[in-house]
Write a protein of this length. Structure first.
Length: 751
């Protein structure tokens, strides 16, 4: 068992204690993936557990693939037999086997967000509702929230609280939309992402024999990123592990940042209540970041009241202080960031792939993109338009989906006149009416068009029907690649793209060829025993945005939202837009719970950095078409001042490449060794004075009495005069001694 030699004591404990309920509280950079990987390897190699009896649940395909590869390096080919994957992929697999119990065929389609939005638009139009009131995103968020709480459309429509909420929101038809959406998905033999979890819960609730089968199959259940689970995911996990109680969850409550997706931090905070015999193991040593970054992150997250206590530490070097970049505008902020990156590349040999620019909202990327282009720095944006969301890709995938599942009305509507064959919207509407009048699905009318629809257009529809029927024969005889290639050619899609000789047309043609390459790779992979088109379509439907990363992007700076950055790490991280109402977001200030989630998001951003962290903010920014004045984020002030330094820079003229020697000098400052930060005492919450207004602190002296918005009253015990970095050490009555950066601290002088 050589793998145990590389582990510290808590990690080794997490690997060896395999029986009974266990929770691994894993601080940022503490090697949780290694522990989870070796725990599974230990079960197989040392304890002789059959890999078929192990269920490991992750949140991205990328994470599960990486873990499987690591396990395989320890135990060999047996790792291929593990039930390992994302929640959605594992439960989609189970639902394929058991679909008939719920009234679905095993070849049901999986709707992505675009499919769901299109369907909602159609229903809103059919009901003659205002599409500005019943926007697809709003409706789907409401439906998703209900499903994640395991509230069916029937329960929703009969619940007076939900009805009252919809009435007050001026959306009284929400329940009816929920019902029609579910009915139409069922009729189309389709499930959306939320259905994969909701229907698994229904399957286990209504069919005890099925639940019993999987409870005895999965003797060990392991869950990664447990803090990101919603109620639905937690209940499935709890049910599956109820017999053996061999459930191991791994997570960090300080990195719970997906409440807007339904994640419930109470799952990890209250886990011990469901398992009184729970063994709790804390992984507290950070192997990723410098002492400055680790201690700065600790000083921030200590302010949250809802948390599992842990003491994250590191044996790494002290490292550089966090650099604070102040700009007059968002465009100047972008230029300062680009200049700093240019210097880091030139003077410290930092590679593009080692740098990330993180922001709170996608809209912040524009100014950054312009500045990076001017500085000739290559970049990529994560979370933009995914390869599988491009029109030409969705067109071919819709053909493939429909050939596999003829009930998929969304796919049929997309392809029936693609390429154009003279079947317009009017003809489609007539067929839909005929289908509804006769209690049929749309394909029943299309495939028997002469029976249901008179007129000249029937010939074109019949030719389309004949073509689809020939494709249905092909997929039963060929593997996924051969079938997809045949369909791409015979449908006319490939020819239409090939004939378009524009740059855009050539790009679309190459994208389709790339899709066919992906299907060939799927067929050639030894890991995929099912080579069918249906199996490939399921894998594509369950891809996450974190899995869409191409090799030719490796030598570029990464730009993304902080939410997208979770689980990643970079040598240098630039966190931009550190302003009030942007970060924390104005929409997250209505409650303590919301603000604490924003603070966890800031903690995640800080802990992405290995060596250097840069915080940037602007004094003015264009938002919603208007130039607004900004003030620095409260989160900057929450970092212990000894870990941070302010950098004064002048931005370069537009289009001018930053002269590195000038900026290199401004970056180099002496590093002070950080002391451990003091945890915040939350026993007393300060209520500011009625006339509270921050004073000019340029004349602040030792011995003065001051008031702080959060820390309350205190005495100035020391002034550290250091130019732009002037600091004050204040002994607060209820919060102890704090060192504050006076350029940011909002202090009212009382004496």
């Amino acid at each position: 068992m050589d793998y145990l030699e590389s582990l510290n004591e808590p990690q080794r404990e997490g690997v060896l204690n395999t029986e009974g309920p266990c929770m691994l509280i894993a601080g940022a950079g503490s090697g949780k993936t290694r522990v989870l990987t070796f725990r599974i390897a230990h079960l197989i190699q040392a304890k002789g557990v059959d890999p078929f009896n192990i269920l490991a649940l992750t949140f991205t395909n990328k994470a599960s693939a990486e873990m499987r590869h690591r396990i395989e390096s320890v135990v060999g080919a047996d790792a291929k037999n593990l039930w390992m994957g994302t929640f959605h992929s594992i439960f989609a697999r189970i639902l394929r086997y058991e679909a008939e119990r719920l009234g679905y065929p095993s070849n049901f389609s999986i709707y992505d967000a675009d499919d769901s939005k299109t369907l909602i638009r159609q229903i809103v139009k059919e009901l003659n509702l205002d599409d500005k009131v019943y926007k697809p995103n709003v409706v789907l968020n409401r439906i998703s929230g209900a499903k994640n709480r395991l509230v069916s459309w029937r329960e929703y429509m009969n619940n007076p609280v939900y009805q009252a909420d919809d009435e007050s929101a001026m959306k009284p038809q929400m329940g009816k939309l929920y019902r029609m959406y579910c009915e139409r998905c069922f009729k189309a033999s389709a499930m959306d992402f939320d259905d994969l979890l909701y229907n698994t819960n229904v399957l286990f609730r209504d069919h005890p024999d099925i639940l019993n089968k999987y409870q005895h199959r999965f003797k060990y259940v392991l869950v990664d990123e447990f803090q990101d689970t919603n109620i639905s995911q937690y209940l499935i996990t709890k049910k599956l592990s109820a017999v053996t109680q061999n459930v191991c969850v791994v997570g960090d409550d300080a990195q719970s940042i997906y409440a807007f997706r339904g994640a419930d931090i109470k799952n990890i905070l209250n886990f011990e209540k469901d398992y009184p015999d729970l063994r709790v193991i804390k992984l507290e040593q950070n192997y990723r970041s410098t002492k400055v970054i680790v201690n700065a992150a600790n000083s921030v997250i200590s302010r949250n009241s809802a948390q599992l206590k842990k003491d994250v530490w590191t044996a790494n070097e002290d490292g550089d202080q966090i650099e604070l970049l102040k700009a007059n505008s968002d465009s100047e902020e972008a230029k300062l960031v680009a200049a700093s990156i240019f210097d880091e590349k030139l003077n410290n040999q930092v590679k593009n792939s080692e740098v990330a620019i993180l922001y709170r909202t996608n809209s912040q990327s524009r100014a950054m993109e312009e500045a990076l282009r001017r500085a000739n720095i290559k970049y990529k944006i994560i979370g933009g338009l995914s390869f599988y969301q491009r029109k030409e890709i969705k067109d071919l995938l819709s053909y493939l989906r429909f050939v596999v599942n003829q009930n998929d009305e969304q796919a049929l509507r997309r392809i029936i006149n693609l390429p154009k064959r003279g079947i317009g919207p009017g003809s489609v509407d007539k067929m839909i009416v005929a289908a509804n009048d006769n209690g049929l699905v749309l394909w029943d009318v299309v495939s028997n068009v002469f029976k249901y629809l008179p007129g000249r257009i029937t010939n074109a529809i019949d030719q389309f029907s004949t073509m689809i029927k020939s494709f249905m024969v092909i997929i039963g005889q060929k593997d996924a690649y051969e079938a997809a290639s045949y369909i791409a050619k015979q449908s006319g899609l490939l020819r239409e793209l090939y004939d378009d000789k524009t740059i855009e047309g050539l790009s679309r043609y190459e994208n389709v060829q790339e899709l066919l390459n992906a299907i060939k790779e799927f067929v050639d992979s030894e890991e995929n025993t099912d080579k069918s088109l249906g199996a490939f379509l399921q894998e594509v439907a369950l891809l996450t945005s974190a899995d869409d990363d191409k090799d030719d992007d490796k030598e570029k700076i990464t730009m993304m939202t902080i939410h997208m950055a979770k689980g990643l790490e970079f040598k240098n991280v630039y966190l931009v837009g550190m302003e009030e109402d942007l970060f924390p977001s104005q929409m997250m200030l209505s409650s303590r719970a919301d603000l604490e989630e924003e603070r966890r998001l800031f903690y995640v951003a800080i802990t992405r950095a290995e060596n250097k962290l840069f915080l940037a903010y602007a004094l003015s920014r264009y938002r919603f078409g208007r130039l607004k004045s900004c003030e620095p984020s409260r989160f900057i002030e929450e970092i212990d001042a000894r870990f941070i330094k302010s950098i004064s820079r002048s931005s370069q003229p537009t289009g001018e490449r930053p002269p590195s020697s000038h900026y290199a000098k401004s970056l180099v400052t002496s590093i002070k060794k950080p002391a451990a930060s003091m945890p915040v005492n939350h026993t007393k919450i300060h209520k500011p004075s009625a006339d509270f207004k921050p004073s000019d602190t340029t004349s602040l002296e030792q011995g003065m009495k001051v008031e702080h918005l959060k820390f309350g009253f205190g005495d100035v015990v020391h002034i550290d005069a250091d130019g732009a970095n002037r600091k004050a050490k204040v002994l607060f009555d209820n919060f102890g001694e704090k060192t504050l950066l006076l350029s940011f601290a909002k202090l009212k002088i009382h004496s």
